[in-house]
Design a protein around this ligand. Sequence first.
Ligand code: DC
Length: 223
Amino acid sequence: MIIAIDGPAASGKSTVARAVARRLGFRYLDTGAMYRAVAAEAVRLGMPLEDAALMTTLAETTSVRFSYAEGDPIPAGVLVGSRDVTTEIRTPAVDAAVSLVARIPGVRHAMVPQQREFALGSDIVVEGRDIGTVVFPDAAVKVYLTATPEERARRRFGDREAAGHEAEIAAVAADIAHRDRIDSTRAASPLATADDAHVIDTTGLTVDAVVELIAALAAEVGA
Ligand code: DC
């Protein structure tokens, strides 16, 4: 069974998707981490992000893998080749680059088959922007997570502070809004709510409450 979780930046997808996977004993795929890994390579190599052909080649030739702690099916980190990029893909530089890279059709074309292959035949929670609409349109459960822009900025601001980055909350809100605009208006697989997705507004809800809601949806279809 596939549980697809889509939604805008900082809507709580990763926290919730991981918790749902743990709760149900499912695997977990963070597709945003894959786009982030390609963007991190482009930033590291000083490549022009608007060069679609170059970014496509980079996506096609960058080996993105996940690393695991022993005995845990939920990935602990992200690797590009043998290099650990777990921290690097969450930096402000990659935040700023990733939407520009992810909107390039050739980049998506390189990533989507890898995502389908990763999930093949397993019970898995997959999170992203186009999972219920494009990558797994037949997913058993589709969830679109959202929250008010203020709540999302507060959450992301907290993340950044925890990671040692200084950021003003207004700048964080502007950054999130900018990323959402690019993700929602791009021609290739834009962020959109699938017709059959369950929309959950997480504003003011605890992680546990959201996990309960999704577990109940999964139980309805037999998980
Ligand atoms: O979920 P995230 O913030 O880690 O995603 C990083 C970027 O990757 C986001 O700006 C949009 C893009 N993305 C995408 O285009 N399609 C996906 N399935 C997942 C992420």
